[in-house]
Each structure stands twice: as C-alpha cells, then as structure tokens.
Design a binder for this molecule. Structure first.
Ligand SMILES: Nc1ncnc2c1ncn2[C@@H]1O[C@H](COP(=O)(O)OP(=O)(O)O)[C@@H](O)[C@H]1O
Ligand SMILES: [Mg+2]
Length: 315
C-alpha cells in the first residue's frame, strides 16, 4: 500500500499544490501526497497519514493539538509540534550560542501591561528595570521585537531612549526582547530543509516586501558562504527543524543570526521567486519521501540539550 503524506496549510496558493504534485511524480506510486482532511478529532482515532507537513498550526491552535495527537499515534509530523510549541526567539539565541553561532546582544523584558487576569500582586517577584544598564549593554539603535513573533509584527527600530519608550508603550502584554541592531553589509535568508540542505538567498530587508529577494545577486565570497552554510545547518540541527528559514546579517565578515525559528517559512512563488520556489519544492519533496520510507525515531527536539551544557552551580 502506498504511504500518504498529508499537507496542512492555510492561505498559501502555490507551495502546497506544487509540493503534492512533485511528491506524486517522484513517489512512483509508493508515496503520494494531498491536503489533510480534518473535522473533529476523536481520542481513539487513528490517522491515515505516514507524515503530515504543517504549514499553519502557528495560527490555528486546534491544528496544533491535532498534530500532537497524530505524532502520539506514530505519524511523522514536520515540524515537530511539541518543540515548536515550546520554542521562542530568546531561547533560540541561547541555542545559537551553544553551537557557535553569533547573535546580537539581547535582553528579555517584563510585559509593559499586565496580562489578562493578573493584577499588581501577581508581580511580587518583579523589580524595576535599570534602563541605563540595558541601554549601556545594547547601545542604540535597538530593535524591540516579540519573543513569540513573526511576520514583522510589533518589530520596532529605536534610535534613542525616547523612541524606545514610545515603542515599548505600544507593546501591550507581549513578551518583548530588546536587541542590539546589527549594521550589516549583507543579509541572507536561507532555506534549510532536512536539517542539512541549505539554500542561500540574498535578501534586502530594507526594500518593499516583493522586492526583498535579490534577483541576479552577486556571488558570495567562498569563506563567507561556507560560514553561512555551517551556521544555517548548525542552527537547524540544534533546534530540530526539518523545514526552516534562517536569517543571517553579516557585519565585519561575521554572520549574526537574526531570525532563525521559522518552522513554516514563506514559500509562495510570488514572494520568493521562481528559482527559490523550485529549490524549495524539489528539496522538500525529496526530504519528505526519504523520511516516509525511512522514518527516524520520535524526537522531542533537536540536538540542543547536548550542547547547552549546564554550568557549574553558583557559589
Ligand atoms: N538585531 C537586528 N539588527 C538588524 N536588523 C534587525 C534586527 N532584528 C530585526 N531586524 C530587522 O527587522 C526585520 C524583522 O525582524 P525579525 O526578527 O525577522 O522578526 P519577524 O520574525 O517578525 O520577521 C528583520 O528582517 C531585519 O530586517
Ligand atoms: Mg523575519
């Protein structure tokens, strides 16, 4: 019997259909693909899929629970819904450091407003932030962005204290981090598929959305290219993501990881361009077919627990 790959997706128009077609073409009848069908979920039910590729559960909590249940029944789920639920950008920086990838200096901040259902007495542990220390550590400009963020939402670039506090005042009860701005000479967005296939895309975040993927980009200096590939791979292995984009900003020849926990990265043809789209579809299809034919054992996360060695106890 052929093995079925289910695709779970939202507003995307191009990637899921192209991927399903490519899997069908490459799968030789042994592996087929198509949209997942869900209505309600029954606690004893089995799943008809060998693997589910998740492109949307970040926006649909019902789907996230569906995927955890599928994983519990032996379905391969890409990306791992357990780790994805636990992951955040601040913790990601610690993971990056543990595998030798540079990140901008970063500080995690208390919520500006109280989360719903809390009151002043909920915060007996909290002390005032010493902003002078924070600003001395980071220097201006500072990026203020959510630890659980994506899609450039609530991202602020602040040139001075006044701009910083004006931005912080707008952050409601989000968990924000303040980060040193990297004044970069080059910026790359990299697809990393199957934790080891890396596709480098020169990217200019300063341009409007549909012009950001630089077409006809100049070649990358070989030593830098090697470092970018190593860093992108190291991050995806440590995090345990089989589909990810890693954004690296280059300053003084050193890549700094800016945004590298993107378990459902943009792969629309109109956004990434034909060549990048074709790379993503082909490589994703190959990796998923391989995984269905040779399923790896269930993993709770990537390799970071091996690298984040506990430090000696405080005196
Ligand atoms: N520390 C930083 N230094 C320089 N640019 C940054 C920094 N942090 C964010 N940016 C810019 O802001 C954009 C959005 O921030 P990012 O961390 O990618 O958030 P999101 O996950 O919402 O895309 C990045 O693509 C980059 O252009
Ligand atoms: Mg980003």
């Amino acid at each position: 019997m052929s093995k079925r790959i289910g695709l779970l997706f939202g507003m995307e128009d191009t990637f899921p259909w192209a991927l399903a077609q490519t899997i069908d073409d490459m799968g030789g009848g042994d592996v087929t693909a198509g949209p997942v069908e869900i209505s309600y979920l029954e606690d004893r039910q089995d799943f008809e899929y060998a693997l589910i590729l998740d492109r949307i559960s970040q926006d649909v909590p019902f789907y996230r629970t569906f995927l955890k249940a599928a994983a519990a029944r032996g379905v391969q789920v890409v990306n791992n819904p357990f780790w994805w639920s636990a992951d955040d950008k601040y913790f990601g920086n610690l993971v990056a450091a543990s595998v030798g990838v540079e990140t901008p200096r970063t500080v995690l901040l208390p919520h500006k407003e109280r989360p719903p259902g809390t009151q002043a007495t909920s915060f007996r542990n909290l002390r005032l932030v010493d902003w002078d220390q924070v600003f001395a550590y980071l220097g201006f400009p500072i990026f203020l962005k959510p630890a659980y963020g994506g899609g450039w939402k609530d991202v602020h670039k602040c040139d001075d204290r006044a701009a910083f506090f004006a931005a912080y005042d707008q952050t409601r009860d989000l968990t924000m981090m303040a980060q040193e701005a990297i004044d970069f000479s080059d910026y790359f967005r990299c697809y990393v598929v199957g934790r080891e296939r890396v596709h480098l895309m020169r990217y200019d975040p300063r341009l409007p959305h549909f012009e950001r993927y630089v077409r006809d980009a100049p070649p990358i200096e070989p030593a830098l290219e090697e470092r970018l590939r190593r860093d992108a791979k190291a991050l995806s292995e440590a995090l345990g993501y089989d589909m990810n984009t890693v954004e690296l900003a280059v300053r003084g020849g050193v890549p700094y990881a800016i945004d590298f926990t993107n378990p459902a990265p943009d792969a629309e043809r109109s956004s990434v361009g034909e060549a990048n789209f074709a790379w993503m579809v082909r490589n994703m299809a190959e990796v998923l077919i391989e995984r269905v034919l040779h399923p790896p054992p269930f993993q709770l996360t990537g390799t970071w627990p091996l690298h984040l060695a506990p430090r000696p106890a405080l005196e």
